[in-house]
Design a protein. Structure first.
Length: 82
């Protein structure tokens, strides 16, 4: 499998995996994908199409997940609790 990333890994803290703050699996996976694209910074701006490709789902699924999960708010405030 050919690598498509500058770095070979993304660090995601265990508390993100263990969090119950997400209502749907898609919400959690979207959040983890945004972490991947942030490269250790406070923000990430991948397109809806790019997120859909990396999350293996439709663009509308990403749009709905972003609205229902508050991914933007969660990302700004820090890692979810729960």
């Amino acid at each position: 499998m050919k690598r498509h990333f500058e770095y070979g890994f993304t660090i995601i803290e265990n508390r993100v995996f263990q969090s119950t703050a997400f209502d749907q699996l898609t919400d959690k996976f979207l959040y983890m994908t945004l972490i991947k694209f942030s490269f250790g910074k406070d923000s990430a701006f991948p397109s809806i199409a790019t997120l859909a490709k990396h999350c293996l789902c439709a663009k509308n699924t990403i749009k709905n997940a972003a609205q229902t999960s508050g991914a933007e708010r969660i990302h700004k405030e820090g890692k979810p609790s729960g």
